[in-house]
Design a protein around this ligand. Structure first.
Ligand SMILES: NC(=O)c1ccc[n+]([C@@H]2O[C@H](COP(=O)([O-])OP(=O)(O)OC[C@H]3O[C@@H](n4cnc5c(N)ncnc54)[C@H](OP(=O)(O)O)[C@@H]3O)[C@@H](O)[C@H]2O)c1
Length: 352
């Protein structure tokens, strides 16, 4: 049985309540990611930009992967963090061809990521198809993430506990660019501390609980909906991503423990552009609510940065946080048969 769709008001109340709970302690002074290579999708704006600023401030080499190469955003991240190691790569999750091209460029450049943060997502105001003939939210929020991760793993573009090589500088060719700011001067540790392994962090949402049911055979079929139902479709995409994430954590765990840690979280309500497709007459009201009650992207970045960096999580995998509180995904997303069937279908659709 799905949890009730609580809408923006419910999300705000949950977020405020969660903020008062005593969760994990966020302690940046413990994080050691100097020189680590970190890929963040959708880092041009909103939460992704907030995460990018924190990761770069901590000394990570950040690769922003976005559907537009936004030089202004890259410069802002480099400047706010004082770290010039901020590169940019074209990655349009609405196109499988584009995702494959991204993975190919990373492989050809022999670039390896230590941390991958899957942040990008979209809320579409109506059902519309991508060039691949798929529902846009289903492809951007779920299927392309599967293609991206499976291809990066196949290409060994994400380091793991077995293939750990010393990090290379961010890729500088092709459709990418490097900041004109002077190089970051801080000391760089290129080795993982003992027991420390690379991490994948998925930005999920408590909205995944609102999904009612998933027809796996129909995920490559068009979905017809209007604004009123768009949160339902969004919930479905976050639910499928939750099931995939939980399954991925298991697949990347061997007898001796995880070779790559996989965690997920809901950042709570964030003052971002996620509602950009809401009707124009609602925009001023939403902007006001977002500004007054939702967390800033920098503040909201904490759970992602904690899950990506905290040494207190060494050796752990498969965690799900709501804000800084450890929870469990909706139990239906943890069903092993469902996960397996969904994975097979996603691999078949994406050709991963
Ligand atoms: N805002 C909230 O209250 C809230 C709550 C729970 C979870 N989340 C999750 O937080 C994450 C970040 O969202 P946000 O709130 O920061 O929203 P946002 O401001 O709309 O940011 C979404 C990011 O995804 C990118 N993106 C959208 N479509 C893309 C595509 N086809 N290919 C590549 N990138 C694409 C956007 O790129 P452009 O900059 O080019 O538009 C943007 O950078 C999402 O996973 C969202 O589901 C948000």
């Amino acid at each position: 049985m799905a949890a009730k769709n609580k809408g923006i008001a419910g999300a705000t109340i949950e977020g405020v309540k969660g903020g008062f709970k005593k969760g994990a302690v966020y302690n940046e002074s413990q994080f050691n990611v100097h020189g680590k290579s970190c890929l963040i999708t959708g880092a041009n704006s909103g939460l992704g930009k907030g995460i990018a600023i924190r990761m770069a401030t901590l000394g990570a080499h950040v690769t922003m992967a976005g559907r537009t190469l936004d030089e202004t955003a890259r410069h802002a991240i480099a400047e706010a963090s004082g770290n010039s190691n901020v590169a940019m790569e074209k990655l349009d999750l609405a196109s499988f061809q584009n995702v494959r091209a991204f993975c190919r460029r990373i492989k050809e450049a022999d670039q390896h990521f230590d941390i991958v943060i899957l942040n990008a997502a979209t809320v579409a105001k109506e059902g519309r198809l991508t060039k691949d003939g798929l529902d846009t939210m289903t492809q951007v929020n779920f299927l392309s993430n599967v293609l991206l991760i499976e291809t990066l793993l196949k290409n060994e573009s994400i380091r793991n506990a077995r293939t750990s090589k010393s990090p290379l500088p961010p890729f500088q060719g092709g459709e990418s660019a490097k900041s004109p700011l002077p190089p970051f001067q801080g000391g760089e540790s290129t080795e993982f501390p003992p027991g420390e392994i690379p991490r994948i962090v998925v930005v999920s949402s408590e909205a995944h609980r609102w999904s009612e049911s998933i027809d796996i055979d129909a995920i490559d079929k068009p979905r017809t909906f209007k604004m009123k139902e768009s949160m339902k479709v969004y919930s479905d995409t976050k639910f499928m991503m939750a099931a995939y994430t939980s399954n991925l954590a298991k697949r990347l765990t061997e007898q001796a423990g995880p070779v790559i840690s996989v965690h997920a979280h809901c950042p709570g309500a964030v003052n971002s552009n996620l509602a950009r497709e809401a009707p124009p007459f609602l925009q001023p009201l939403l902007k006001g609510i977002f500004f007054l009650f939702f967390a800033s992207p920098q503040k909201a970045s904490r759970p992602a940065v904690h899950l990506a960096c905290s040494p207190t999580l060494t050796g752990k995998t498969g965690l799900y946080y709501h804000l800084m509180n450890e929870k469990q995904f909706d139990e239906r997303a943890l069903d092993a048969d469902f996960q397996q069937q969904l994975l097979q279908k996603a691999l078949q659709i994406t050709g991963a």
